[in-house]
Ligand binder design. Structure first.
Ligand code: ZN
Length: 158
């Protein structure tokens, strides 16, 4: 029997993976991060433009991969666009806890991203869900330039 939550989960994941939001090249990106999840074959190319206040003025991604990696990236960009660095860092931490910590509550600020909570039961899928977040974590650590990250390296919460 499929619960309502599972149905909603599938609906949202499929919707975002088929029609990802903020998908495309960010021409005037200050930072570009190329992320790779070799465990699943997911790839992301994230572009971030910072505002004069240091916030995430614009954020876009391209890439390919499984439905979870694409949906997580789509939901993430929709959520982080226009947010301050502090807010983005807080969400990054909250999302990481959500998908890795069995006891973590799902904070309201994560919105539909809370539907990805179920991946915590599947360590391989956690990497898919975290890929875009690892990329944005890297983007926040550098103000300009280009870099490459992999889900096979240690996650360090900023
Ligand atoms: Zn994947």
């Amino acid at each position: 029997m499929i619960s309502e939550l599972e149905e909603l989960y599938q609906e949202v994941i499929l919707d975002h993976s088929r029609r990802p939001r903020n998908f495309g090249d960010l021409a005037d990106a200050a930072v570009r991060v190329h992320g790779d999840n070799p465990a699943c074959g997911d790839e992301i190319h994230l572009g971030v433009k910072f505002g004069t206040d240091g916030g995430l003025q614009d954020i876009k991604f391209t890439g390919h991969g499984c439905a979870i990696s694409q949906a997580s990236a789509s939901l993430m960009t929709a959520k982080l666009k226009g947010k301050s660095r502090a807010e983005a860092t807080e969400m990054l931490r909250a999302f990481h806890d959500l998908v890795t910590d069995e006891t973590a509550e799902a904070p309201k600020m994560l919105g539909d991203l809370r539907l990805l909570q179920g991946v915590r039961k599947f360590p391989q899928r956690v990497k898919c869900a975290m890929l875009a977040w690892r990329a944005v974590e890297q983007a926040l650590q550098q103000s300009a330039g280009e870099s490459t990250i992999s889900t096979e390296t240690e996650f360090v919460t900023p």
